[in-house]
Design a binder for this molecule. Sequence first.
Ligand code: HEC
Length: 177
Amino acid sequence: MRAVRFVVLMGLLWGQDASELGERLFNQRCATCHKLQQKLIGPPLARIGERRSEEWFARFVSNSQALIQSGDTQAVAVFRAYNQQIMPPFPDLTDEDIRALWTYLNSIAAPQPVAESAPSEAKAVLYPGELRPMKVEDFAFLRRAYWLLAAVAVLVALLLAVVIHFVSVKRASEEQA
Ligand code: HEC
């Protein structure tokens, strides 16, 4: 039991260490070009494991250009998407360093997609005569106005028919007289 606990504890400590090493390496070696949550010169790297494998990550970080030139589709695509800027190789990073970076980056919350145009408070205020998008209430009003007009038209037609009827009856009786 004690041995198990020891192993688990060491594992946790190692994980902690790896994450700390990863954070330090990221800040020293990557942060000039990468943010966690947003684009900088390169893509945001939080949760990189959701789109790349660990092996791919290791190869890209140690020498991105070698991977791109080998024709790897993902590497070529990201290279093109970032205007073919060259990420420098990091031949001095050990496997352990790269694993620590991977652990650290995947422990960060995923980047939030930036809302294209958040509806601003200012736009909610409308001044008389200002155009605004149609709302449900507007449609309800238009529908009501339409039925009202239709009803008026029917009434007018009926009234006309009655008037015409009486006028023609009157004229007929006058002609007889
Ligand atoms: C001088 C700027 C620069 C530095 C420093 C840099 N990168 Fe990059 N990185 C880029 C650019 C630019 C790209 C986009 C791909 C390309 O143009 O090659 C990129 C792409 C990546 C990608 C691919 C992301 C994806 O979505 O596929 C990973 C992973 C990555 N970098 C990790 C790192 C790590 C880890 C470090 C630090 C050890 C680092 N980078 C340091 C510029 C940099």
